[in-house]
Design a protein around this ligand. Structure first.
Ligand code: ADE
Length: 219
């Protein structure tokens, strides 16, 4: 997977990109690239946004700036970038990210367009394959949403998480039929009077599997 993130705040990704599973992914040949729209603006004074036509609050990220950044990275018409890869706009108006959507995105090359302020000029629809929301609330920009999406997708790449079983049986995965994962406990077995279910200490793996399946069904 090659992921290209376009943002006005590339430094917001420093922590995320230093995480061990991202480093694992890079060691396996996956690539993460950050592009600052501002570095490619064709406008003077490093301008990237403008006031909305029709009036109203806030600023809108300009479509000519988004196109210039895409064209600088992909060396071709911005409208054709989506012929080769999924181009995703992070926006509260998008299709909500869930496990199945993350699975669908894993493995292919991705372009993530982060908006700020009032978002990106609506003509971004000529550039994207998908508009993606991480939930029914409005964030100050697409960066946090882009990191959530990258994290959900990167975990699904083979070899990125050292124990592949843990990815398969995670909450909301198909193995659990979309349900929540069973609860986990670790030492100490008794703490401040709070115990651990006896079955988990029994060593009987058949019973443990049945108990866990029951917890998943209970939700
Ligand atoms: N940008 C602002 N809010 C967002 C959300 N909920 N999901 C994705 N991108 C966003």
């Amino acid at each position: 997977m090659r992921a290209d993130v376009f943002t006005l705040f590339p430094q917001a990704f420093d922590w995320y990109l230093s995480q061990v599973h991202v480093r694992n992914a890079c060691e396996r040949g996956h690539e993460f690239h950050l592009t600052n729209y501002r570095d490619h603006t064709p406008l003077s004074h490093l301008q990237v946004d403008d006031t909305p036509y029709g009036g109203g609050a806030g600023m809108v990220l300009r479509i000519d700036v988004v196109c210039a950044a895409l064209e600088a990275v992909f060396q071709g018409d911005a409208a054709h970038v989506r012929d080769q890869r999924r181009v995703l706009e992070l926006t509260p108006k998008g299709r909500q990210l869930d496990d199945a959507f993350a699975e669908e995105l894993a493995g292919g090359d991705l372009v993530l367009l982060c908006g700020r302020y009032e978002g990106i000029d609506e003509r971004v629809t000529h550039l994207v394959t998908d508009r993606v929301s991480i939930g029914p609330y409005v964030l100050s920009g697409g960066e946090v949403a882009a990191m959530a999406l990258l994290d959900a997708v990167t975990r699904k790449l083979p070899g990125v998480i050292s124990n592949p079983e843990s990815v398969l049986s995670e909450s909301h995965s198909a193995v659990l039929e979309g349900g929540a994962e069973y609860p986990h406990y670790t030492r100490p077995a008794e703490f401040r009077g709070w115990g651990v279910p006896d079955v988990l200490l029994s060593g009987n793996h058949g019973e443990i599997d049945r108990w866990r399946a029951l917890q998943v069904r209970k939700g």
